[in-house]
Design a protein around this ligand. Sequence first.
Ligand code: NDP
Length: 323
Amino acid sequence: MIKVAIIGYGNLGRGVERSLKQQKDMELVGVYTRRAPESVQTEGAQAFTMDQLEDKKGEIDVCILCGGSATDLPTQTPEWTHLFNTIDSFDTHAKIPEHFAKVDHVAKENQTTSIISTGWDPGLFSLNRLYAQSILPVGQTNTFWGKGVSQGHSDALRRIEGVVDAVQYTIPNSEVIEKLKAGEELALAIRDKHFRECFVVLGEGVDEEAIRNEIITMPNYFADYDTEVHFISQNELNENHKAMPHGGTVIHTGTTHEKTKQVIEYKLQLESNPEFTASVLVAYARACVRLAKEKHFGAYTVLDIAPKYLSDRTDEELRKELL
Ligand code: NDP
């Protein structure tokens, strides 16, 4: 059995606990949190303090980091990769090279293995962009997200001082999608493809305009988009904005001989973004343990991992059943 620990228990952490229950070769040995463990409501797993994790070297095969990308993972992933094999879902696309370099250094020094930036984007969508662009080098790839709640962006909003709670929807520009599917070649800026809509609950006496300005100018998250901000009550947020559906499409339109058109489309329709993302992390946790056993130390991304490493089936079974 692969022994797994969860570090940080929010939406993603809960999703990992649920996903592990469906895996036959993996078991959850504990949830590690910065909060008082008795205040964390798990679905059966035992919760511990972060200090208790330090003593567990050798007893845990892989830690799945479920903190937020904005401020948790940039420090937590390198910190815990000192002691354990790790997986994270770091999704600040522009900062992935920097995060990779930091984790790679720690992992190589300490002979551990880490797979960073797993999930669906970055993650499965990245893989599909790679497949499409390698197979059809003459072509154009476009990725659309939503309409759905972006956890990374919602998390970034909640970290702003004065914000009590917040949800962010990513909305694809459907007109542009239709034009692409009809074969139009478009030069698209980031701003043309998606809109962002934020529903924000503020603390008492917090200045709405100051917060609105902080949001729409936030680099990497909102500055490059048309962003609408609505200030609402906690009750309204709870009633209308607590489901976490998401999804998206990677569309690659390419040509082969002369003008023969070929379209590749990879689509996800998710009723729960965190539960799905968690399931991707769990499959990559298995790959991480296998890489570590083979002494492939250092940091990796989904682009480096052979697909068979995700599976609990043998190579022979996979050849027989899937080819
Ligand atoms: P949450 O805000 O729910 O949780 C983040 C951290 O906050 C937790 O690890 C937890 O740490 C702490 N926390 C959770 N609940 C509470 C609470 N009630 N009070 C105080 N602290 C709390 O974030 P999500 O789980 O929704 O998302 C995590 C990250 O997942 C996102 O930032 C995003 O980057 C990533 N993601 C990546 C995707 C991809 O495709 N690559 C897709 C979706 C998400 P602790 O227990 O230590 O307090």
